[in-house]
Design a protein around this ligand. Structure first.
Ligand SMILES: Cc1ncc(COP(=O)(O)O)c(C=O)c1O
Length: 365
């Protein structure tokens, strides 16, 4: 999938005739507190690394990741963003039929579809607040050899507790379960929810540095599995130098035990907790809007009848130069959902009040 993601501020800058950095991009889920202090200066000082090849297998990054999360490095793969693994999965796993817990990030469907796999969706409902029920699979779902679950989920922000997820993985031990934890570092429940250290051989966890550290341009993602066969197959298929020299430097910086990474993540979580609380308070004052509780850095918002996501996105960027995400192209959502990735307190409040104003206007109040 080359289109249909958030972050399309270049397009809007050209439409509005303004420099791209005049647009506040609340369509892209990166941490506004990042990149971490010191990282950019470190990379500037290390620019000369671009004159030589990095390690072909990025083993230093893998070793440091294992050290930080107390995982055997033999279980860890690193690549050019989690996206590299998402698109490699169908070939590695030889998937024929895939169950996707939706509505969710659409690159999974695109990647599996590309490989010719059939897709089955288990869609969480708006009435259930987009919480997923992990009860037993029905007849069609049981035909699936692979299951994809984003935890927390994008764009709903829903987090499945570890006990429920682990029990689901155990009950489905003949299927491969891909658990995408790209947004889990934003949640206080990270250590109690992650399957990173899990010994379950049918689980592959994906972990991204793009969002929490705000380094999507560097492309650093990890795949972790306790199953040596899966790891071997990925290694055989992986191209050399998937982690470029600057990404290698950044990953080693962030995974260094001396780096105040934990303090940065703790500060991030405090910031988002407080921002989400304020946003929910403001949005709840307007009956026509419904914001769904989120374990991560963004909020999914349902607009009242009469307001479409595309017109809200356009009005907001034209009026405030703030770009929101129209979620109409997420399978399982409709044209009345927008996702707001929280940024500065000022921008967050502005958007919450603006959405209330638009909702009031459309409800004729
Ligand atoms: C759920 C989810 N997984 C993976 C990705 C891709 O992340 P990366 O930058 O690590 O390739 C995204 C990006 O938006 C995402 O939302």
């Amino acid at each position: 999938m080359l289109t249909g993601h958030g972050g399309n501020f270049h397009y809007w800058a050209s439409v509005l005739g303004c420099p791209p950095d005049e647009i506040i991009d609340m369509s892209s889920n990166v941490n506004p507190l990042g990149p971490m202090d010191g990282l950019v200066a470190w990379l500037r000082n290390r620019m000369e690394v671009i004159g030589a090849l990095p390690e072909a297998d990025a083993s230093e990054v893998i070793r440091r990741f294992g050290g930080r999360y107390d995982i055997d490095p033999a279980r860890v793969l690193v690549g050019n963003g989690t996206t590299q693994f998402i698109y490699a999965l169908p070939g590695i796993l030889h998937c024929r039929k895939v169950l996707i817990f939706g509505p969710t990030y659409s690159d999974y469907a695109d990647a599996f579809r590309l490989s010719g796999a059939a897709l089955v969706y288990r869609l969480a409902s708006q009435e259930a607040g987009f919480c997923h029920c992990l009860d037993d699979l029905d007849a069609e779902e049981r035909e699936c050899d692979t299951v994809v679950i984003c935890n927390p989920n994008n764009p709903t922000g829903n987090l499945i507790p570890r006990d429920a997820l682990e029990s689901f993985c155990r009950r489905n031990d003949q299927r491969t379960i891909v658990v995408d934890e790209s947004y889990l570092p934003f949640s206080d429940a990270e250590t109690t929810s992650t399957l990173l250290g899990s010994d379950l051989p049918n689980v592959i966890v994906l972990h991204s540095m793009s969002k929490i550290f705000r380094i999507p341009g560097l492309r650093i993602g990890f795949a972790i599995s306790a199953n040596p066969q899966i790891i071997r197959r990925f290694r055989q298929a992986q191209q050399p130098w998937c982690v470029n020299a600057l990404a290698h430097e950044a990953a080693c910086f962030l995974l260094d035990p001396q780096c105040p990474t934990d303090a940065f993540i703790a500060e991030t979580r405090r910031f988002f907790d407080s921002e989400k609380r304020t946003m929910m308070e403001i949005l709840s004052q307007e009956n026509g809007l419904r914001a769904f509780p989120s374990a991560t850095s963004f909020l999914l918002i349902h607009l009242p009848d009469g307001l479409s996501a595309s017109s809200v996105v356009e009005d907001t960027v034209r009026t405030h130069r703030i770009l929101l995400r129209d979620c109409g192209n997420f399978y399982g959502l409709d044209s009345r959902f927008v996702r707001v990735s929280l940024k500065t307190s000022e921008a967050n409040r502005l958007v919450a009040r603006w959405l209330c104003k638009l909702a009031r206007g459309c409800l004729g109040r």
